[in-house]
Design a protein around this ligand. Sequence first.
Ligand code: NDP
Length: 252
Amino acid sequence: SHPSLAARTAVVTGAASGMGAATARLLAASGARVALLARRTERLDSLAEEIAAAGGQALAVTADVTDQASVDAAAKAVHDAYGPVDLVVNNAGVMLPNPLADGRIDEWTRMVDTNLTGALRIVRAFGSDLTAAAAEGRTADLVNVSSIASHVVFPDYAVYGATKAALTQLSAALRSEFGPRDVRVSAIEPGLTDTELAGHIDNPVLREQLGGMFDAIPALAAEDVADLIAYTVSRPRHVNLRHLVVLPTRQA
Ligand code: NDP
């Protein structure tokens, strides 16, 4: 647990499962108030109950980051309950691999709209909270969960990789706006991590291929990434871990 997180108010997107749920749990266990955003209300409700039962504070907010009205409503719900936030974790994401030649514009659109534009909608909704918190002398963080796929080409994961490369680049660009205003921006790039992410792959060959990777090497756990995020945002406020690449030790 990280004592310096006790006074923080956080928003975590994609908090229904995987890294987002693990991050929300850890931030709450460290004393932060955490707004949980994702589409699956039941998952969020049960996580909020679990956090409350453990003595923490959490707010379940059903939200679809691809839907501007939904993000606007979520921002209002968070502000009504908690006021301005000072920690934003852009973690919601989808990974839908297929050969580019298949022309799956449905998957491409969904990945761009979730992984990139979704993150931008969240920055639009909460960015001014971050700069205001920093202007008051408080610690303020934006954490973007990108991927090793932003640097390494995985065949048939072209559009996913492109959205993550864009998110990493966006993080650097946002830092140039936010850094001089004392808001930290961090891009985290995990490798193979055991979550629900692969569950949406509709190509049986690619699903089996990824399953084979999980069989071959011990993957990261969602909690491993959560721990890094909590570490990053609990440094002294003049210390910005800008770019973290974290892979399972045995990943090639
Ligand atoms: P999960 O599938 O477990 O988590 C993804 C989360 O995003 C879910 O909670 C999902 O909840 C939420 N989400 C998806 N679409 C939307 C949407 N439109 N609006 C709001 N929330 C949404 O996988 P991970 O924990 O692995 O994924 C977290 C992040 O980590 C992603 O950005 C992923 O790209 C990245 N990543 C994952 C790696 C891995 O190996 N697992 C490696 C590198 C990066 P719901 O469906 O309820 O909306």
